[in-house]
Every structure is written in C-alpha cells, then in structure tokens.
Design a protein around this ligand. Structure first.
Ligand SMILES: *[C@@H]1O[C@H](CO)[C@@H](O)[C@H](O)[C@H]1NC(C)=O
Ligand SMILES: *[C@@H]1O[C@H](CO)[C@@H](O)[C@H](O)[C@H]1NC(C)=O
Ligand SMILES: *[C@@H]1O[C@H](CO)[C@@H](O)[C@H](O)[C@H]1NC(C)=O
Ligand SMILES: *[C@@H]1O[C@H](CO)[C@@H](O)[C@H](O)[C@H]1NC(C)=O
Ligand SMILES: *[C@@H]1O[C@H](CO)[C@@H](O)[C@H](O)[C@H]1NC(C)=O
Ligand SMILES: *[C@@H]1O[C@H](CO)[C@@H](O)[C@H](O)[C@H]1NC(C)=O
Ligand SMILES: [Cu+2]
Length: 194
C-alpha cells in the first residue's frame, strides 16, 4: 500500500469529525446566541464569541431553562464587553462523551426570560422553540401557574435532570474564557451594561 493512501485513510475521517462551531453572543447588541441552537457530535468544539454587553453562557435543563443545573454545570462567567472594545473574549468547550441535548441560558438579569437561551442537539420531543418558550414564561409568573405546571410535565420524558445533565457537564471539557481576538477601534469602559 502506498504511503499516501495510509495518510488519507487516517487523516480524512479524523478531520471530518472535529468541527469548530462558532456562536456569536450578543451580536449587534441583541440578547441572542447566533445561531440559537446547533447540532454537534463528540469531538466538536463549540466556541462562544462575546460581542456586546455582559452576558454568560450557563448550562441549565430543559425543565428549568433559567436556572443553572449545579455547581458542575458549564458556565462562562460574566463576559463584559466594553463599547468599542478592542478585544472580545471567547469561551469554548469540547463535546466529550455527551449523549442527549444540552441546554444553556444567559444568567444576566432577566435575559433568559427575554429568550436568551441556547441548545445543543435539541430533539423532536424537546425542541429549541419549546425550551425558549419555557424560558420566557418562567420568570413572569407571580405564583404557581398553569405554564409552570406544563413545563414540569414536559420534563418528565428525560432521564433524571440531576444525573444526566450533570454527567454531560462534567464530561464536557472546560477550556476557559481567556483567549482574545482583535477588533478594530479603541476600548473604553463605560458603566454598567445590561
Ligand atoms: C449587524 O449590524 C451590521 C452593521 O450595522 C450589519 O451589517 C449586520 O447585518 C448586522 N447583523 C445582524 C445579525 O443583524
Ligand atoms: C449554580 O447552582 C449552585 C446550586 O445548585 C450554586 O451553588 C452555584 O453557585 C451556581 N453557580 C452559578 C455560576 O451560578
Ligand atoms: C464608539 O464608537 C462610536 C463610533 O465611532 C462613537 O460614536 C461612540 O461614542 C463610541 N463609544 C464609546 C463609549 O467610546
Ligand atoms: C469517555 O469515553 C471514553 C471512550 O469512549 C472512555 O474511555 C472514558 O472513560 C469516558 N469518560 C467519561 C468521563 O465517561
Ligand atoms: C416575560 O417577560 C419578558 C421580559 O419582560 C417578556 O419579553 C416576555 O414576553 C414575557 N413572557 C410572557 C409569557 O409574558
Ligand atoms: C456584569 O454583570 C454582573 C452581574 O450583573 C455584574 O456583577 C458585573 O459587575 C458586571 N460587569 C461589569 C464590568 O459591569
Ligand atoms: Cu445576557
């Protein structure tokens, strides 16, 4: 067998499997992740580029979209971006031994209740749209309401929220939020941006 054939046999599949998925956070000052959901397989890296304001990328569950799952959940921490920033921060994690969907939100103020949520591998039963609707309904009820009951019921399809998402979180590699990218312009820190 020729050497070049061996190289092709080993390198091509490996290259095809490792995607680097870019998600823009707060693009143009919006309360969004762009795209709001992605499909990823183990080995893929998902990189979140924080472009404005002061957002997070924090892991939650389908049942409680606006609440972090545990101390072990993925969390970028607050990523403050000054107006006209010269650098932006990027937070990445690698999909490692993940099975099933992953759910995320921004834990700044009421951004989650305004629909700032993100999903990896949503399913036909647990769609991104349903997750986002749960998020937008979750913070507005003053007492126990119909919508709260519905969202709890919707969660019973999964394996226990306390074990599966936590296991997913523990096995996704945290890569930190420190790598910076250059933007044009001059940074100036101004006040509190929500
Ligand atoms: C963001 O704003 C720029 C310039 O104002 C525009 O070209 C671009 O299309 C906008 N992007 C989105 C996603 O709205
Ligand atoms: C996540 O929730 C746990 C309690 O379940 C809490 O101890 C922890 O501080 C929270 N982490 C963040 C980043 O909010
Ligand atoms: C950012 O840049 C724009 C346009 O160059 C300017 O109008 C604005 O004042 C700047 N903001 C800050 C906080 O420097
Ligand atoms: C992840 O998967 C690999 C191989 O599939 C296995 O060896 C390893 O123990 C798994 N790690 C965890 C934390 O489950
Ligand atoms: C909940 O409040 C947010 C922010 O005020 C709003 O955007 C959203 O439409 C509200 N959701 C419902 C179901 O009233
Ligand atoms: C970002 O938001 C958090 C939570 O509201 C706040 O504690 C922090 O001071 C903010 N950072 C900046 C630089 O404004
Ligand atoms: Cu936010």
């Amino acid at each position: 067998m020729h050497f070049s054939t061996l190289i092709a046999a080993f390198l091509v599949p490996a290259t095809a499997l490792a995607a680097n998925i870019i998600v823009k956070v707060g693009n143009n000052g919006t309360l969004t992740y762009d795209p709001p959901s992605v499909t990823a397989v183990n080995g893929d890296v998902i990189s979140f580029q924080f472009l404005s304001k002061n957002h997070t990328l924090t892991q939650s569950t389908f049942a409680t979209p606006c609440q972090n799952i545990s101390a072990n959940g993925l969390d970028s921490g607050f990523q403050f971006v000054p107006p006209n920033a010269t650098t932006i921060s990027q937070y990445s994690f690698t999909m490692t031994n993940v099975s099933g969907p992953l759910w995320f939100y921004c834990r700044q103020a009421n951004h989650c209740q305004q629909g700032m949520v993100f999903a990896v591998n949503p399913t036909a039963q647990k769609t991104f749209a349903a997750f986002q609707a749960n998020a937008m309904a979750s913070g507005n009820a003053t007492t126990t309401s119909g919508s709260a009951t519905v969202s709890t019921a919707a969660a019973t399809g999964t394996s226990s929220p306390s074990s599966t998402p936590a296991a997913n979180a523990a096995s996704a590699l945290k890569m930190g939020a420190s790598s910076a990218m250059l933007l044009s312009g001059v940074g100036l820190l101004v006040g509190l941006v929500l």
